[in-house]
Structures are given as C-alpha cells and as structure tokens.
Design a protein around this ligand. Structure first.
Ligand code: SAH
Length: 339
C-alpha cells in the first residue's frame, strides 16, 4: 500500500480523478496532513464517509519511528527506524535565523568518500519520498515547532536518488504542504554531472551545494572516487552552465582535512579554479570519527586558508561547528548504533 506522505498534490489530484472525485480534494487532504497534522483519515471531516473509506483502503499513514534522540545544546540528532528496520539519521540545528533540519536521502551511500563515515556502508536502497518527508514531520512533532529550512546533506547522495528527491522537494515546497520556500531548501551533491544538468532545467529555486573538497584531480581522486568519473574541469563547466541557467549562486563545500587539502597552495589553486564564478566557498571543519584516520585542520590553518581565498577575491565562510559531542557528523550515530 502506498504511503500518503509520498504523494505530491498532482499525484493526489490524479488519484481523486481516477476514483471519480473532484481534484480539489487533494488540497483538502494536504491541509489535514500538513497544516492540521491529523494522522487518522476518520478525522478528515470535510470528506464524505465513502471517500474516507477509499483513502483507508488505498493509503497508509504510517510514520517512521524515532529510535534515539540525542540533544546537545543547539543540536539534536535523530535516529529513525524504517518499516524494513533499516536505520537513517537526521540532525536538527537551532540557528539565530530559525531551525534547520539535515535529512538523509538513502540507506547507506555508494560514493565512498575516504573521509566520510556514511560511505563505510554501501547503499542498501533509496529512500522513498515519504521516508524523507516523515523525517521532518517526526522532528516537528517532537519539538512542537515548525522548522524553517531543510538541507539534504545527511546519509546518501541525493542526486543518486533523483526522482524521489525531486518528489520530496515538490511535497515540502507546496504552499499547502509543509510550505518550505525553495530558497530554504539546499541540496548537497558530490557532483553527479548529468543530474546537475537535469536539475538546472527544472526551474526550481533551491540552493545547490557541491562537495568539492580538493582543487586538483590528483587529490580529489584520492578523497572522492566519484572524481574518476566526473572530474573537476567538467564539473566546474557544468556549474558555470547551472549558474547561467538558474541565475542562482552555488555553494562550494570544502571539508578541511589536516595536512591533506588545507595548505595555502591548495587555497590558491582553489581560488584559480573558482575565479569569476558566482559561487561561495563554505569551509567545513572536519568532524573526526574513530573509524577513519583523517584529522581536523587547526583553527590557524583554516583561518590561513580563508585569508588566501579572501585575498583572491573569493566569497568564503567558515561553517559553524555543530554537535560534535553527539556524533552529528554524517553517519556517526547510525554507525555507533549498528556496530
Ligand atoms: N552526498 C552528498 C550529501 C551528503 S554528505 C555530498 O557529498 O554532498 C554532506 C557533506 O558532508 C559533504 O560535503 C560531505 O563531504 C561532508 N562530510 C562527510 N563526512 C564529514 C565529516 N566527518 N566532517 C565534515 N563533513 C563531512
């Protein structure tokens, strides 16, 4: 049976038409699900009994289970259990400007980045749209507040689960749904070029973040196997096209690994690569994990790297560190729980 939280408004309109009912019922259903947050079809009181019975027969309203919740000041980490007992994580962060949630897009990940905990476990399956929507609903219900932005930066490579991710974005972006503006949704990718091209044609105003992490193919090949297929030069060309088509600034993510990619020479090379592009670089302090040998760069090395980029006229920020006490870095909570 289909889960109703995975249906876009268009899906529900088609559904109602297929059972001989008016299309506008789709909006009514969305209002019950996302505005009133009612979790029982029987309480959809503006629908007639017969329609409610049909919905009950055709759709489930199953939620995902919170298996664990860890709280550390401004960060909360959630471990969820899915219907097939697989586990995924999401992280909530309180900022001055609101509350953001980082959602997972897949169970496991095939990208195999050398420094990333999530990649230690190969992809088991894609997440369905409802399993991503429900991460948000479960968190909002727990904290009894609405979140203001979503980043698709948890476990998984979102562009490797493209159709489900686009559906998820459509559902949460709809004004009658969770109503998160596209500009409050960020998708982070390791750089799957054909999918970035596809995304550029969709005409949605989401933020795109690209994990670059190295300024040369030699180094990026070692850190991110995906680079052997989609290397730096074509990736940068694709981003240039993306920016021209969408007119949106792209974020370049750069994780700071001690003595690996954090030298001033690397910064200079990175600046040369990005000059003239409408991007900004987000330097990410590495979140160390016990299974991997990488170390985080010192504050001094990060600041030096930052200065070189600034001097070269590149927009750059240093990401605020969140939740290192509660293993909020990608894949860490799941990994503690499972091994
Ligand atoms: N697959 C996507 C999204 C998930 S990873 C991507 O590659 O962008 C989200 C971001 O966290 C990526 O930039 C990733 O490289 C980074 N990351 C992974 N492990 C990390 C760690 N231990 N500390 C800091 N950042 C990490």
């Amino acid at each position: 049976m289909k889960n109703i939280y995975g249906e876009t408004i268009q899906d529900l309109e088609k559904y109602f038409e297929s059972i001989g009912e008016k299309k506008y019922k789709a909006v009514q259903v969305y209002e019950w699900l996302y505005q009133k947050r009612v979790t029982d079809f029987s309480q959809f009181t503006n629908l007639k009994g017969e329609t409610i019975e049909r919905l009950k027969a055709d759709y489930s309203l199953n939620r995902i289970t919170i298996k664990k919740r860890e709280i550390d000041e401004l960060t909360e980490k959630y471990l969820f259990q899915l219907e097939d007992n697989e586990c995924i994580e999401a992280v909530l962060m309180y900022h001055d400007y609101g509350i953001s949630v980082c959602v997972s897009s897949e169970v496991g990940c095939n990208m195999g980045c050398a420094f990333c905990e999530s990649g230690r476990r190969k992809k088991v399956r894609n997440l369905w749209p409802h399993e991503i929507v429900l991460q948000i609903l479960a968190i909002e219900q727990t904290i009894n507040r609405r979140i203001s932005s979503v980043v698709i930066m948890g476990i998984g490579e979102p562009l490797d689960n493209y159709d489900n991710i686009i559906k998820f974005i459509n559902i949460i972006n709809h004004p009658k749904g969770i109503a998160l503006g596209a500009r409050h949704i960020t998708l982070s990718t390791c750089g799957l070029i054909p999918k970035i091209k596809e995304l550029s044609k969709l005409n949605i105003q989401i933020n795109l973040a690209v994990s670059l992490h190295a300024p040369s193919d030699e180094l990026r090949d070692k850190l991110m196997p995906v680079n052997k297929v989609y290397s730096i030069t074509p990736l940068i060309t694709t981003l240039k096209e993306y920016i021209e088509i969408t007119n949106r600034r792209v974020t370049i993510e750069y994780v700071m690994l001690n003595m690996v990619n954090d030298t001033p020479e690397c910064a200079k090379m990175l600046a040369n690569l990005l000059k003239g592009l409408n991007v900004y670089v987000n330097l990410i302090p590495y979140n160390e994990t016990s299974h991997l040998h990488f170390k985080k760069s010192s504050k001094e090395r990060i600041l030096k790297f930052y200065d070189v980029l600034k001097k070269e006229g590149i927009n750059v920020t240093i990401r605020k560190e969140f939740g290192s006490k509660i293993s909020a870095a990608c894949g860490q909570l799941r990994s503690k729980e499972v091994q």
